[in-house]
Structure formats: structure tokens, C-alpha cells
Design a protein around this ligand. Structure first.
Ligand SMILES: NC(=O)c1ccc[n+]([C@@H]2O[C@H](COP(=O)([O-])OP(=O)(O)OC[C@H]3O[C@@H](n4cnc5c(N)ncnc54)[C@H](O)[C@@H]3O)[C@@H](O)[C@H]2O)c1
Length: 341
């Protein structure tokens, strides 16, 4: 089996996808890469890592050639909120980065995974049961790069035979790495704040409904699509997938079932609210179910229970580690790998 390369591997998805791929295909088969350096513990544990800035085609090509890479999971991107703050950098990373990955894949014969998003839709898209094939006129830089990315993947498949596959992810909820600057970050932050402070100030209106998914389902979706028999795929790329529809008030009520004193207040950020209001309220993921058997396993209740349980354990371990670092090295900064709500 050829090697697997993951770009942007230290982000919210990569932090969990890399261990999952290592478990499935063998630790030595998976190379993580990013523009940040991984924690020293990960390097010490033998996790293969390469520095790759995806805006630099040479760095991608060199690693792909040197390590006989057969599949690239291309996760490096700026997310919706950060992309609105830095539209030029978003274009460079999200578009040029994908182009360099696809070009490298074309010349080296690699398969590619490209994560698109609910952000690939816009205000003109039907917002309920958003069809697989529909109007896509997003009004954010993030959305523009996601639609163009979907089209570029289709083009590289049709024109050059690159096996480029992809999913339109909803907002992803997870506890391992902090969310990376997206409009759905509230659905992660609310858990940290509920446990740490019993209070959360939400930047969206309480009734803002968006599709969401728990990270274990997102990982299963990635692996399921990448392992699917290509003869079954009519779309191949940009599949709608969803697991649940959440509003801030619905998730807050579910958390309050476990933490009865939990309080939420709302201070709406007009920029993030406008982005959320331009996205689907619920996607139709029938094509993914039909073509490669997509089926989510987590709904609101079991996701909330698991998040609270895992996050409590993580925050407690972090607190213990910080306390012992402080006791052992008073006056010296410890390594903070823990929660960043
Ligand atoms: N997390 C979500 O809710 C979500 C939803 C839909 C789609 N997606 C998509 O999934 C992908 C990964 O998302 P994520 O949440 O893990 O993002 P993230 O922001 O958490 O991680 C992105 C990673 O890319 C790295 N990076 C930044 N600039 C880079 C560069 N020039 N070269 C290489 N790496 C660079 C960052 O250091 C970071 O580790 C993105 O394409 C995103 O649009 C994410």
C-alpha cells in the first residue's frame, strides 16, 4: 500500500483523522503535515510528520515523491470567519493550495480527498432539504473557494482522471482540537464553557438552525467515501452529508439536561449571523446514502452525552497536568496542549 499524506493535519479534523487513519492503515503509512509543528510527545511517539505549506507546490511535490504518496487528504484551509477577515489569504490557501495538491496528484497518480462545506451554498439556495444538485451562489470568500474547489475536483477527474472525492461537511463538533474559525464554532465552544463556567455567550440567534455532525461520524464518512467502489459513485465529489440539525437553544437545552445550572445568553455578531443565515437549515444527503451507504450514528442526545463525558475527562487531565507542572517548575511556562475555549 502506498503512503497517505494529510495536509493541515493539526486542525480540528486532522487531529482525529490522522490517528484514525493510522489505526486503520498502519501508523507508518500515514504522514501528517502542517505549517505548525506537532506537540513533541507526538513526534516522540513516532508519528511521521512533514512541514508543508500548501501554498508552496514544491513542498507538496517533494514529500509526495520522497514518500511514494498514493492518497492526499487535503485539509489545509481557512474557515468561514477567518476567510472573511482575510479574503486574499483565504483565496491563496483554499484555491492555490488545492490546485497545487491536484496538480501534484495528477503527476504522481494520487487519489485526493477534498472537504467542502455547507458554506458552498448561498442565500439563493433552497434552505430546507437542500438538494445535492442545486443553486450555489455563496456570498462569502469561504463559499466561493469551496464551490470553485468542488468544480476543480470534478474537472481534474473528468479531464485528467484524478480520483478526487469529497464531502460537503456540516458544522463539526469535537473535543480533541479546538474549532478553527468557522461559523459553527459555537457548537464546540458551548461545551467548554458549560463545563468550565456554567455559562456561554452565543454569537448566533437562539433559533439559527444549521446542520451538524459529531467528529466520529465525520471520520467514518471520509473513510467510507474514500473506500467506496468508484463504480457506485455518480457524484464522486461534494456529497451532502448531515447527522442532525441544531439551533443554539436546542443544544443548550440538551446540555442543561446534564448540567441543570447551565445558562446561555445571546450577543449576536452580525458578520457570523449573516453567514449562518446564508447557509442551509437542513441538507438532503440522499445521494451519499444511496451511492456509498452513508449513515450517521450520533444524534443530539448521544453526541451531547459523549461530548460532556470526554471533554470533562480531558479538562480534568489538563488541570492535573497544569497543576503538577506549576508545582514542579514554578515560574516556568508549561506546555499548554489543553482546551482553548
Ligand atoms: N471543522 C468544520 O466544522 C468543517 C466543516 C466543513 C468543512 N470543513 C473543512 O475541512 C477542512 C479542515 O477543517 P478543520 O476544521 O480541520 O480546519 P482547522 O482550521 O482546524 O485546521 C486547518 C489546519 O490547516 C493548517 N494550515 C493553515 N495554513 C496552512 C498552509 N498554508 N499550509 C498548510 N497547512 C496550513 C492550520 O495550521 C491548521 O492546523 C477545511 O477545508 C474546512 O474548510 C471543516
Amino acid at each position: 500500500m502506498k503512503t497517505i499524506l494529510v495536509t493541515g493535519a493539526l486542525g480540528q479534523i486532522g487531529s482525529e483523522l490522522v490517528p484514525a487513519l493510522r489505526e486503520r492503515y498502519g501508523a507508518g503509512q500515514v504522514i501528517a503535515s502542517d505549517i505548525r509543528m506537532p506537540p513533541v510527545e507526538d513526534l516522540a511517539a513516532g508519528g511521521r510528520f512533514e512541514f508543508i505549506d500548501c501554498t508552496n507546490p514544491r513542498q507538496i511535490q517533494d514529500v509526495v515523491r520522497a514518500h511514494d504518496v498514493g492518497t492526499i487528504y487535503h485539509l489545509a484551509a481557512l474557515l468561514s470567519v477567518t476567510a472573511e477577515e482575510k479574503p486574499h489569504i483565504a483565496w491563496q490557501l483554499n484555491m492555490d493550495g488545492l490546485y497545487h495538491v491536484l496538480e501534484t496528484a495528477r503527476s504522481a497518480g494520487c487519489k485526493v480527498f477534498f472537504p467542502s462545506s455547507i458554506g458552498a451554498f448561498g442565500p439563493g439556495t433552497p434552505r430546507d432539504h437542500t438538494p445535492q444538485d442545486t443553486i450555489q451562489r455563496p456570498n462569502t470568500m469561504y463559499g466561493v473557494t469551496k464551490v470553485a474547489g468542488e468544480l476543480l475536483c470534478d474537472y481534474y477527474h473528468r479531464r485528467f482522471g484524478v480520483d478526487a472525492r469529497g464531502l460537503r461537511f456540516p458544522g463539526l463538533i469535537s473535543y480533541v482540537a479546538p474549532a478553527g474559525g468557522g461559523t459553527t464554532d459555537w457548537a464546540v465552544a458551548i461545551f467548554y464553557e458549560a463545563i468550565l463556567h456554567g455559562h456561554y455567550t452565543c454569537f448566533l440567534r437562539p433559533d439559527t438552525q444549521l446542520d451538524m455532525m459529531y467528529m466520529p461520524d465525520a471520520q467514518r464518512a471520509i473513510v467510507g467515501l474514500m473506500e467506496a467502489d468508484p463504480r457506485q459513485l455518480r457524484h464522486r465529489n461534494a456529497f451532502n452529508i448531515t447527522a442532525m440539525q441544531l439551533t443554539p437553544s436546542r443544544l443548550a437545552a440538551e446540555i442543561a439536561q446534564h448540567l441543570p445550572n447551565f445558562q446561555v445568553e445571546y450577543k449576536v455578531d452580525p458578520v457570523r449571523q449573516a453567514i449562518a443565515d446564508s447557509w442551509p437549515r437542513s441538507m438532503d444527503d440522499g445521494a451519499a446514502r444511496e451511492e456509498w451507504g452513508w449513515q450517521p450514528t450520533y444524534g443530539l442526545a448521544d453526541m451531547t452525552l459523549d461530548m460532556l463525558d470526554k471533554l470533562r475527562t480531558k479538562l480534568l487531565a489538563h488541570r492535573v497536568a497544569s497543576a503538577s507542572t506549576a508545582a514542579g517548575t514554578a515560574g516556568t511556562a508549561g506546555t499548554d496542549r489543553g482546551a482553548q475555549p
